[in-house]
Design a binder for this molecule. Structure first.
Ligand code: F6P
Length: 327
């Protein structure tokens, strides 16, 4: 009987629990034993394992966060700890490990694969910024959280004739900003992938408000500018009343959308099957709507391009329609 293990690592993402549930139940259905490892690589270093049964994952599919807990584990970057982790897995007789997480988590899995442990990674991050897959678990839920927050913010901004800056997560990527910005009809979307001019933004915003707009939404990716500092700067430059909201962690928690719960379930099952088929050092992700396995090595070269077409569309439908762009 094969013995598998699963851990979640890096920033949690809604839908990770659906993935864990699918890993556990698929493994059991295919006659394996399955263990959960708490707190990602940190728990692996502490030998923090739990045997999982079907009932261990009852009721978790629509819970946000991750039932296995997670961590960003700096100690795991050290070679002696990586060797210790591989030895722990060997000592416990683990035949394959499923890692759910982002780019940093893949790196850890890759190291373990080189040390003789079979690993498969499932992409999980709200940022949707991973190489080798065009979907990641949690992104859709985060985008929906931003859209619902912006709808509330627009109401109050409009009541006061204010412009509203909404800073969203995404680290170095603008995917959350772009997808949510287009979905909620933001007037401006600031992303790290497309340089913009604060001066042009100020001029465009001023004209808009002078011409009678009652509100204007500026979605600002955290990697593009500091929302608070931008707000102060724009206030001084334009005299427009500006309210700034840093959305923060409300984007990362909460019940996964149906799309993320389906994605987590699909990839969780696919990851177990991949391990049992003898696959290792592979990312099980999505490409053009289909599940796709790609080696960690190849994934590095399949850079997910920024969706410039979508950005151009969002820009054309926003303030640029009247004002021209702010690049
Ligand atoms: O990678 C997910 C993410 O939420 C990013 O969008 C954000 O920059 C970062 O994690 C925050 O990380 P932490 O939870 O460690 O502060």
């Amino acid at each position: 009987m094969k013995r598998l293990a699963v851990l979640t690592s890096g920033g949690d993402a809604p839908g990770m629990n659906a993935a864990v549930r699918a890993v556990v139940r698929t493994a059991l259905a295919l006659g394996c034993q399955i263990y959960g490892i708490y707190r990602g690589y940190a728990g692996l270093l502490d030998d923090d394992f739990v045997r999982m049964e079907s009932s261990s994952v009852s009721g978790v599919v629509l819970h946000g966060g991750t039932m296995l807990k997670t961590a960003r584990c700096k100690e795991f970057l050290e070679e002696e700890n990586q060797i210790k982790a591989a030895e722990t897995l060997k000592h416990r007789g683990i035949d394959g490990l499923v890692v759910v997480g982002g780019d940093g988590s893949i790196k850890g899995a890759e190291v373990l694969s080189k040390l003789g442990i079979s690993t498969v990674t499932i992409p999980g991050t709200i940022d949707n910024d991973m190489h080798g897959t065009d979907e990641t678990i949690g992104h859709d839920t985060a985008v929906n959280a931003v859209v619902s927050a912006v709808s509330r913010i627009r109401d109050t901004a409009s009541a006061h004739n204010r412009a509203a800056i909404v800073e969203v997560m995404g680290r170095f990527a603008g995917n959350i900003a772009l997808d949510s910005g287009l979905a909620c009809g933001a007037e401006y979307i600031l992303v790290p992938e497309v340089p913009f001019s604060r001066e042009k933004l100020a001029r465009s915003l001023k004209r808009q408000m002078e011409e009678g707009r009652t509100n204007s939404i500026i979605i600002c990716a955290e990697g593009a500018d500091d929302g608070r500092a931008l707000g102060e700067w724009l206030k001084e430059r334009t005299d427009i009343d500006i309210c700034t909201t840093i959305l923060g962690f409300i984007q990362r928690g909460g019940q996964p959308s149906a799309k993320d719960a389906i994605l987590g379930s699909t990839l969780g099952a696919a990851a177990v099957k991949a391990l049992l088929d003898g696959e290792t050092a592979a990312l099980v992700g999505m490409w053009e709507g289909k599940v796709r396995k790609v080696s960690y090595e190849d994934a590095k070269h399949i850079k997910k391009p920024f969706n410039q077409k979508l950005y151009d569309l969002a820009e054309m439908l926003g303030a640029a329609q009247v004002e021209g762009n702010i690049r």
